[in-house]
Design a protein around this ligand. Structure first.
Ligand code: ZN
Length: 291
């Protein structure tokens, strides 16, 4: 599968506003395929994936990890997504076969709130440069992915932001477009800067429409955010990629107690396991696990 997904980091002329533009179509498609998600589960998960990629825009080192976990009361149950500074993304949704809730489609968009409900959004950053991992928990207030990310930034980091997430899935569950835009005002930004990040979004009624119109990423930045005078400072590729392998799964299986182990044994006497993050399936014989 071709992969054209990217994350572009931009900085305003006065260095007070960061902007992140993410294109996540192929990454979302891969996640959808690996986890066999139906259309509603895809609609919720892919937006959470884009949000995580956008928030991971400021990971400094390639091995730094940002993890977002929604623990929610709604039928989604949970969403976990991890992204690295290198641009590798993996994750899963607690329910890959969500059933349509009446009145959850508004303006041609599946609202997340009826499926997420309330709960907690947990954000963890692990940096390889020796700093203590950073972790914060905020209450899921709106149940909408973009809004709750903005509230997290404001409440946990005292950062003003504006965020748009776009996603287009056709009725055959094919992802046509997926991406997002996040603008962040640095803590020392003036009131005018903060106003600018909000007002610049007034030109953008639907980010999904922009994604669907096939405008080049750099043109999106120029055309819709011209008032902010954003310079591109870096671009990186984004892909769905897990770090699991046979040895790691074997190692995990070997740590299990006998009673925990039985659920992995098939009728044929094989030992089957699946990586929760990426959905990859592994099969071992009892002899494989002996050495
Ligand atoms: Zn995996």
């Amino acid at each position: 599968m071709d992969n054209n997904d990217i994350l572009i980091t931009t900085l305003s002329e006065n260095k007070k506003i960061y902007g992140y533009l993410a294109i996540t179509k192929n990454t979302a498609e891969q996640a959808q395929k690996n986890h066999n998600m139906n259309i509603i589960s895809s609609a919720i998960f892919c937006r959470a994936l884009t949000a995580t990629v956008l928030l991971g825009g400021n990971l400094k080192n390639s091995k730094d990890i940002l993890t977002l976990r929604w623990n929610c009361t709604g039928p989604v149950k949970s969403i976990l997504i991890e992204t690295t500074g290198e641009g590798n993304v993996k994750g899963y949704i607690g329910n890959n076969n969500l059933q349509l809730i009446e009145d959850s489609i508004f303006d041609n968009t599946i609202k997340a709130e009826p499926y997420i409900g309330f709960g907690e959004l947990n954000v963890t950053r692990n940096s390889i440069d020796g700093k203590q991992p950073y972790s914060s928990v905020t209450v899921i207030e709106t149940g909408e992915i973009a809004e709750d990310i903005s509230l997290y930034l404001e409440q946990s980091l005292q950062i003003q932001s504006a965020i748009k997430i776009g996603l287009s899935i056709n009725k055959d569950n094919q992802i046509e477009a997926s991406g997002g835009l996040l603008l962040i005002a640095m803590p020392d930004a003036t009131e005018e800067d903060v106003k600018k990040i909000h007002s610049s979004f007034e030109n953008i009624h639907s980010f999904t429409e922009i994604l669907n119109s096939n405008i080049e990423e750099t043109e999106i930045i120029k055309k819709f955010l011209s008032d902010l005078k954003l310079e591109i400072i870096s671009t990186k590729n984004i892909q769905f990629k897990c770090t699991c392998d046979e040895n790691k799964i074997k190692g995990f299986l070997k740590t299990l107690k006998k009673e925990e182990f039985t659920e992995y044994i098939t009728e044929e006497g094989k030992i089957d396991a699946e990586c929760q993050y990426c959905g990859r399936k592994y099969s071992f014989s009892p002899q494989d696990l002996e050495n």
